[in-house]
Design a protein around this ligand. Structure first.
Ligand code: AMP
Length: 595
């Protein structure tokens, strides 16, 4: 219901008064992006002027951009690690932040094989909460009636550790779900979840998932949106249903709870929800026992209007599988965030994944942008302010946060697609990294993804797709070569691709890789033929289970696109069904423009 009496927003008519305020806030922040940024920087520098870190750069109380840019260096995690270590060890003096570090958020990014520890302060929760509070008002502009039902979201916490100095270290979402902001959130008809808090907050991932799925099945006709943080999380839930539907249906038939679910809070809470429903049980059995699981999401939850999952960046490879299970439902990528800082939101969340742009909210932190240029960068590098980035250009994100990161390289590369008012909008391009290297070649995630995508098109004829992949630079042989592990999904009961098709896939991947790779392969002979190893179904789930058993969070887990850790490669190799090599050399010709 659009409320006529409330202020209309340039973004569209708000659904209720609360939404009107949120949309107005977005308008204010984005219209005044530059001055908001100036104030944010001044606030951060003023309050942290007496920190050991800032004092060492002799800012002398200055809070202006010019002094800041001339005196404070750009840093990476490795530069800050000694400071972070002291905080972790219990030094409570104002090292990076004048406000006490309340806990560490463990990033999925690692340093020297360990998860990065991001210091945070209490008030950051409010800032994150503020960004969350903007998501539904924006979504309500595009999808009506979300107050008439519920969201089935698979949300998880993971166990936390303590640093030697006694600070908690846990993923940002665990911190959020365990906070009062989440646990005691006021009722909001636009944000009702099928999952009870007790299920979300259960540290046992099986019990948590089982209960969340059970509740989602009971409420199936009320479910209007289905989601998880990342696409991989939602697919994991579908896989869980595949493995557990019989037990779930038995529970629904009898109104009982699987004896494996023993968490006392869940047991108490489910006693209020469980009821025998033989009709629903019959329905689940009839749908789940069908051979094809195509459109299973819309078959079980027929009122689903969209999937709420991130499918940008490394998650893009899940789009075909999500489309298969959902019959092509819209996939809403609502926000862009990290452990270091929540960055912004998608003001057009129903846009196609390839067109998703995130608007960075200028109140969240101070943002700078390092032009990501092929040409040698000027020394010292010239960072650009949020309001000054140029459409079409790519930048690396550099942030200065209230919690004490100053000019910190996030490692993400973003492309400017346009502006909302004075605030730029960014497409997430990739995380800056090099995945594979044998010689002078450097293959990053985006290149590998494109090569897999292109090669997997050759599988269309045999009704097969690549559901998961990872890679490995095999240097045990000379010359070394790229190994790419593929897990395949055959849509129908088909024989799958022949060895010849798989060889063509190997070559097609090579054709798609960059010219340095192909030069090494063709002219230098320093790289051997690319190899594809087809692994058994379920292998990548085992990989995830392994990562989780070693402390990764389900919410944040992303399939590593390159594996180097021996137990992982051993696991993969023990699941190989067949291996295939590129049968000939890819094309390569010297770049004439340079000669
Ligand atoms: P973490 O610190 O483990 O939470 O990971 C944060 C990183 O996840 C970001 O720096 C991005 O590289 C990635 N990420 C977060 N949100 C998105 C998004 N909406 N699209 C693509 N990548 C994202």
């Amino acid at each position: 219901m659009a409320v006529d009496s409330i202020l209309s927003s340039p973004l569209g008519p708000p659904a209720c008064e609360k939404d009107a305020k949120a949309l107005q806030f977005i308008e204010e922040m984005t219209r005044n992006a530059d001055s908001v940024q100036e104030n944010v920087l001044a606030q951060i520098l003023r309050r942290n002027a007496d920190t050991e870190y800032l004092r060492s750069f002799n800012l002398d109380g200055a809070t202006d951009r010019e002094t800041f840019k001339s005196k404070i260096p750009m840093v990476t995690y490795e530069d800050l690690q000694p400071f972070i270590q002291r905080i972790a060890d219990g030094d409570r003096s104002p090292i990076l932040s004048s406000h006490p570090v309340s806990e560490f958020l463990t990033s999925s990014g690692t340093s020297a094989g360990e998860r990065k520890l991001m210091p945070t302060i209490k008030e950051e929760l409010d800032r994150r909460q503020l960004l969350y509070s903007l998501l539904m008002p924006v979504m309500n502009l595009y999808v009506n009636g979300l107050d008439k039902g519920k969201g089935l979201y698979f949300l998880f916490i993971k166990s936390e550790t303590k640093t030697p100095g006694g600070l908690l270290a846990r993923p940002v979402l665990t911190s959020y779900y365990k906070s009062d902001h989440f646990k005691t959130r006021p009722h909001d008809p636009y944000n009702v979840y099928t999952s009870p808090n007790e299920a979300i907050l259960c540290p046992d991932s099986f019990q948590s998932m089982y209960t969340q799925m059970l509740c989602g099945l009971y409420d199936r006709l009320q479910v209007l949106r289905v989601g998880a943080v990342f696409a991989s999380g939602l697919l994991r839930a579908i896989r869980f249903l595949q493995l557990n539907w019989r037990q779930l249906a038995d529970d629904i038939r009898a109104g009982s709870l699987n004896p494996k679910v023993t968490d006392p809070d869940i047991v108490t809470c489910m006693a209020r929800i469980l009821r025998p429903d033989p009709e629903l049980a019959d329905f689940i059995v009839s749908e789940c026992s069908k051979e094809k699981w195509e459109r299973i999401i819309t078959r079980i939850w027929p009122n689903t209007k969209y999937l709420d999952v991130i499918v940008t960046g490394a998650m893009a490879q899940y789009i075909p599988t999500l489309d298969y299970y959902s019959g092509g439902l819209p996939k809403a990528c609502t926000m862009y965030a990290s452990s270091e800082c929540y960055f912004g939101l998608n003001l057009n969340p129903m846009s196609k994944p390839s067109e998703v742009s995130y608007t960075i909210m200028p109140n969240m932190a101070y943002f700078e942008f390092l032009p990501h240029e092929a040409a040698p960068a000027p020394v010292p590098p010239q960072l650009v302010d949020l309001a000054d980035v140029e459409v079409g250009k790519e930048y690396e994100l550099v942030i200065t946060t209230y919690a004490g990161l100053y000019r910190y390289h996030v490692g993400d590369i973003l492309r400017v697609t346009g502006f909302h008012n004075a605030a730029p909008q960014f497409q997430f391009v990739r995380r800056k990294n090099v995945l594979l290297s044998i010689d002078s070649d450097k293959t990053d995630e985006a290149e590998l993804q494109a090569a897999v995508e292109s090669a997997s098109r050759l599988l269309k004829g045999c009704e097969t797709s690549v559901v998961e992949y990872t890679s490995y630079a095999d240097t045990a042989t000379i010359p070394g070569h790229y190994v790419v592990y593929w897990e395949l999904l055959a849509r129908e009961a088909t024989a799958g691709p022949t060895g010849e098709v798989m060889e063509r896939c190997c070559l097609e991947m090579e054709e798609c890789l960059n010219s340095v790779y192909r030069q090494c392969r063709v002219a230098d002979g320093s790289i051997g033929a690319l190899e594809i190893r087809v692994v058994r179904n379920g292998t990548f789930e085992e990989l995830m289970d392994y990562a989780i058993s070693r402390g990764a969070s389900i919410n944040q887990y992303k399939v590593p696109r390159c594996v180097t850790f021996t137990p992982i490669t051993e696991l993969l190799d023990s699941r190989v069904l067949s291996t295939h090599f590129s049968p000939s050399l890819p094309h390569w010709a010297p770049d004439r423009r340079r000669s």
